[in-house]
Design a protein around this ligand. Structure first.
Ligand code: SF4
Length: 170
């Protein structure tokens, strides 16, 4: 009897325990590394190290308009926006090519947060909540695919959603 192939799910690399976080710490998400990995083929993405940021590194923040935020180094003021966006565009091309059917990203990150990244509309202002650069790009490019954060992840429900999102397109 033919078996159904596992869906391909792209995940924030740090959720798998990869040492890519700004502070050099490892923060594995067991639901992703162990639970989701049983039900899907996982594709790790890390926009910050992908764009050339070292580990450890200064934290970056989002500034400006929600529709076109800039990613700026919190100490140096270095503008990473173009390099990170360019890496994201290429990574999402690869995701499309291999038929990714959903995304699980790290909460509160300026790259990966799904509506939970801090966005500073003006210097020193109280931050708003916004999508990180990767989450925003996924929403634009794959509006039909499930996009969630690690916190509160229901692995089985998510995989069902991912399978349903691509059903009938194969
Ligand atoms: S949250 Fe995203 S950008 Fe930050 S370390 Fe994890 S994968 Fe990389």
């Amino acid at each position: 009897m033919a078996t159904t192939p596992l869906p391909r799910i792209a995940v924030s690399a740090c959720l798998l325990g990869e040492p890519v976080r700004y502070d050099g710490q490892v923060k594995t998400c067991a639901e992703v590394r162990d639970g989701l990995a049983r039900l899907a083929e996982l594709i790790p993405l890390c926009p910050e190290t992908g764009a050339g940021m070292p580990v450890p590194r200064e934290p970056v923040d989002l500034h400006g308009k929600a529709s076109s935020p800039r990613m700026i180094g919190g100490v140096s003021g270095e503008d990473w926006t173009m390099r990170v966006q360019s890496w994201i565009d290429a990574a999402l091309d690869r995701c499309a090519a291999v038929g990714v059917s959903g995304f699980v990203l790290k909460a509160r990150s300026p790259s990966c947060g799904v509506g939970t990244a801090a966005l500073y509309p003006t210097p020193g202002a109280t931050p708003l909540r916004a999508d990180g650069l990767l989450a925003a790009a996924i929403r634009r490019r794959f509006p039909h695919l499930p996009l969630v954060e690690d916190e509160g992840l229901d692995v089985e429900a998510f995989v069902l959603l991912a399978r349903a999102a691509v059903a009938g397109r194969d």
